[in-house]
Design a binder for this molecule. Structure first.
Ligand code: FAD
Length: 309
């Protein structure tokens, strides 16, 4: 059987695409990725998705999208795609256990934030530790926070957080920032921002049951001296890795591995569309990702309409 459309990924982009293509009776097959659901599974309350005045938990939002897509006929396969063959039609999509054939495809594999790799980071993820200042900054109103990183994102996040937080301490493992000079200047001249150079985070301290994060333990790379920065929140801003490894050599990727698209969702390959954080270095929001999924779904419709002309 050749599928009309295979959607790869089940974050807001993939599921947005699934709802639209299912409602148009294309009977999409969603290869969800393992685990299914994407980045919103890493967070608790999401307050900025339009339509939820009291906010909604990330996993509940995803669960609702899955139910909505299935209600209209989307089918889910809980696997990872390991390879794609664009060399002949129909296209072939290979998972760990089977190969599917499809006329069109929406690739919505998202991106993962780079993490520090220390155990305490996952303990507090979504409840005191975040990888998204735009998403979670407002939860830290009136509280001191630490930002980890030294690139443009860390600078932008720190400046943004000064709107809510009395102090923002940047911990950077080198003695200078990678960020643009203009950004650095803004950060270094902010009275609310302090920079701790040449230092690495060893531990995020605090217990969730006892009020959450209390501080970060750091080590100075030059002297070896350890110290603690008291804070209630930690924002990790050391970059993202798009989930596009299996596409290398098959689609155009930029230097960081993001898929290069035209009009956000178009690729050079007929019937192959892209949506969400795997092509978006800038916005990285659930709303923008699901909007991209919807745009890709509308391109699938256009593709089939053009075929029948
Ligand atoms: C901690 C945290 C808090 C956040 N809070 C908010 C918020 O409050 N508001 C907001 O708007 N945004 C928030 N975001 C950002 C938001 O989650 C992302 O922008 C959004 O999830 C991107 O959607 P996506 O569908 O493009 O990708 P993702 O959500 O990353 O989903 C990608 C999907 O692709 C799958 N996948 C990956 N590789 C493969 C493969 N090889 N085969 C099959 N499937 C694959 C994954 O398993 C996953 O299902 C937050 C992000 C994080 C990390």
């Amino acid at each position: 059987m050749v599928e009309n459309v295979i959607i790869i990924g089940s974050g807001p982009a993939g599921l947005g695409a699934a709802i639209y293509t299912a409602r148009e009776d294309f009977k999409p097959l969603v290869i969800t990725g393992v685990p299914a659901g994407g980045q919103l599974l890493l967070t608790t309350k999401v307050e900025n998705i339009p339509g939820f005045p009291d906010g909604i938990d990330g996993p509940e939002f995803i669960d609702n999208m899955i139910k909505q897509a299935e209600k209209f006929g989307a089918r889910m396969v809980n696997e990872n795609v390991v390879d794609i063959d664009f060399s002949s039609r129909p296209y072939k999509v290979k998972t760990e256990s089977q190969t599917f054939e499809t006329h069109t495809m929406i690739i919505a594999t998202g991106a993962n934030a780079r993490l520090l790799g220390i155990p305490s980071e996952m303990e507090h993820m979504g409840v005191g530790v975040s990888t998204c200042a735009t998403c979670d900054g407002a939860f830290f109103r009136g509280k001191d926070v630490t930002v980890v990183g030294g690139g443009d994102t860390a600078m932008e996040d720190s400046l943004f957080l000064t709107r809510f937080c009395p102090t923002v301490t940047i911990v950077h493992r080198r003695g200078e920032f990678r960020a643009s000079k203009a950004m650095q200047q803004k950060v270094l001249s902010s009275p609310k921002i302090k920079v701790v150079w040449d230092s690495e985070v060893l531990e995020i301290q605090g217990k969730e049951k006892e009020g959450g994060v209390t501080g970060v333990r750091i080590k100075n790379n030059k002297t070896g001296a350890e110290s603690v920065i008291p804070c209630k929140g930690v924002f990790i801003a050391i970059g993202h890795v798009p989930n596009t490894k299996f596409l290398a050599g098959k689609l155009k990727l930029d230097d960081l591995g993001y898929i290069i698209t035209k009009n956000e969702v178009l690729t050079d390959i007929p019937g192959v569309f892209v949506a969400g954080d795997n092509q978006d270095r800038y916005y990285r929001q659930a709303g923008t990702a699901s909007a991209a999924g919807i745009k890709a779904a509308l391109r699938v419709r256009e593709y089939f309409q053009n075929l029948s002309k």
